[in-house]
Design a protein around this ligand. Structure first.
Ligand SMILES: N[C@@H](CCC(=O)N[C@@H](CS)C(=O)NCC(=O)O)C(=O)O
Length: 207
């Protein structure tokens, strides 16, 4: 049995939870807010969520956890069997995480938690997210999934990246981040109906 630590409000926690469900791996959820307390830092060295526990050992970082899950439970696969195509899926994931989510997140405190970010931060966020979206457009395949014909890890990252980034960009700049990005919109619609994602969303709203 795997322990999943974190809070249901977190997009990365939700992503990992969806992957655990997708893989039909037994897991239990343990509430653990992001803190710098020793017990949390033992599980997740930056104090972030989510993290998992496996037989008394811990792992953080959603991409590392996804990689682990894909090896212990290969079906259904999160990455294509072809090594190059698998690398292309991870490439998409990297750009989603680093050039969209992590950038939009700079404005999270003001968008969702009543904080305030500087005008400089707002300007750089807007410009860098636009650059990230242009980059993503160059490699996002679609038809119907993020990396092509097969569902992959990139679809889960697409859903949970834009779930949060879309809200932040709308609140901060009244901008529809997906306007004109039909292939990404389609993946969002497909993933919103995907059973593992639906369960995560239903359980998030139930508490
Ligand atoms: N790179 C990490 C990001 C995790 C992350 O940003 N978690 C957020 C919640 S969604 C968090 O714990 N934030 C609190 C903090 O930064 O201290 C991953 O992929 O798992």
């Amino acid at each position: 049995m795997i322990q999943l630590y974190g809070l249901r409000m977190s997009n990365y926690y939700s992503l990992v939870k969806a992957l655990l469900i997708e893989k039909q791996v037994d897991f239990e959820e343990i509430k653990a807010p992001p803190t710098q307390k020793d017990d949390n830092l033992l599980r997740t060295p930056m104090g972030k969520m989510p993290s998992i526990g496996v037989d008394g050992a811990y792992m953080s970082e959603s991409l590392a956890i996804a990689s682990y899950l894909d090896r212990v439970q290969p079906e259904p696969p999160l990455l294509p069997a072809d090594p190059f195509l698998a690398g292309k899926v991870v490439e998409l994931v990297c750009h989603l995480k680093l050039d969209i989510e992590l950038v939009a997140r700079r404005c999270l405190s003001e968008a969702l938690f009543g904080g305030q970010v500087s005008d400089e931060t707002k300007e750089s966020t807007k410009a860098e997210v636009a650059k990230g979206m242009a980059a993503l457009d160059r490699i996002f395949v679609g038809g119907p999934y993020a990396a092509g014909e097969q569902l992959s890890l990139a679809d889960f990252y697409t859903f949970y990246t834009f779930g949060l980034s879309g809200i932040i960009m709308k609140k901060m700049f009244d901008e529809d981040i997906l306007a004109g990005h039909e292939k990404i919109q389609h993946v969002m619609a497909v993933m919103a109906e995907h059973p593992s994602v639906q369960r995560v969303e239903a359980e998030q709203n139930s508490k």
